[in-house]
Design a protein around this ligand. Structure first.
Ligand code: HEM
Length: 122
């Protein structure tokens, strides 16, 4: 039986911790912080939960994602290649801190790569 990426990453709590750390770092990052300027706490909390729901669904967990698709969610933000590179650095750092193994880390990277065209320059 194949075990889902969701289960291999450690399930809901592991993904929630991962998303919280990535978003928290991005929000205070010198380059990326501008995307979250002037947004209120409740909006940020809602978006974080939306990201968690999305990641759970995409990795094979049980979740009904109510948000927009990635092109729609990021359209008009002007996310550049440099922003993307920084975002990936943050993901790699957080995955390292959380002890994500090389196989799962590789799968997460492969998944993110499939989203890049929808998010960068959208
Ligand atoms: C440089 C990279 C990224 C930046 C700067 C960024 C920024 C943002 C911002 C500011 C929002 C809030 C949009 C709004 O509500 O108006 C958002 C929403 C969202 N982002 Fe990203 N994002 C990036 C990459 C990603 C990636 C790689 C994923 C998926 C793994 C993702 C998933 C989401 C989701 C699920 C939402 C919420 C959509 C919804 O609820 O409708 N983002 N992003």
């Amino acid at each position: 039986m194949t075990v889902s990426l969701y289960d291999r990453l450690g399930g809901y709590d592991a993904l929630a911790t991962f998303a919280t750390m990535v978003v928290g770092t991005a929000q205070t990052d010198e380059l990326l912080g501008r995307f979250w300027a002037n947004r209120n706490e409740d909006t940020n909390a809602r978006d974080l939960q939306s990201l968690i729901d999305y990641l759970v669904r995409e990795t094979g967990g049980q979740m009904y994602y109510k948000g927009r698709d990635m092109a729609m969610a990021h359209k008009g933000m002007g996310i550049t290649d440099a922003d993307w590179t920084r975002f990936i650095e943050i993901v790699v750092n957080v995955a390292g801190q959380l002890g994500v193994g090389p196989d799962e880390g590789g799968e997460v990277m492969g998944f993110l790569d499939t989203l890049k065209a929808d998010i960068v320059g959208a």
